[in-house]
Design a protein around this ligand. Structure first.
Ligand code: SF4
Length: 149
């Protein structure tokens, strides 16, 4: 179990309907990123130590909540995820170890599940159920071209 200095909170399932709180802030590997750079609050009402936002256009992972458990990767039948920092790797124990106090730790705390293959998603919700942090929400398909930065 990783040592954490924040209390992970489940993703806000209504974030798609609340663009003022979760504005589209960019794109990463073909998917939308929302609320990057915005201070948000953990389960205890304390500021999350990171401001990484929510990654994914349709398969959305709250990176400030993600604790690098890896269950989403092991449950997905479509290989929807890979580790953001250990690129090309998936699954429990294959995330990039991050030493406390380093630059990576300040920015990320833990590796993050990156929904790099969300185009193949079949909307089975297995990742949503598997994530122990409740960090994932799978929405109806949203076309990237219909969104504005
Ligand atoms: S909903 Fe199913 S297919 Fe889509 S990313 Fe999650 S586990 Fe994979």
């Amino acid at each position: 179990m990783k040592k954490l200095d924040f209390a992970s909170k489940p993703i806000d399932e209504n974030f798609f309907e609340n663009p003022q709180e979760y504005p589209l802030t960019g794109y990463h590997k073909g998917h939308a990123v929302r609320a990057e750079g915005k201070q948000r609050y953990d389960e205890h009402g304390k500021p999350y130590p990171t401001k990484l936002g929510i990654h994914g256009t349709n398969v959305a992972v709250d990176w400030d909540s993600c604790i690098a458990d890896g269950s989403c990767m092991e449950s997905c039948p479509m290989n929807g995820f890979e580790w953001a920092l250990a690129e090309g790797k998936t699954g429990k124990g294959n995330d990039l170890p991050i030493e406390e106090g380093t630059e990576l730790w300040v920015k990320y705390r833990t590796d993050k599940a990156d929904p790099v293959n969300e185009a193949e998603c079949i909307y089975c919700n297995a990742c949503v159920v598997a994530c122990p942090a409740g960090a994932i929400s799978v929405a109806k398909r949203v076309e990237l071209s219909s969104q504005k930065v």
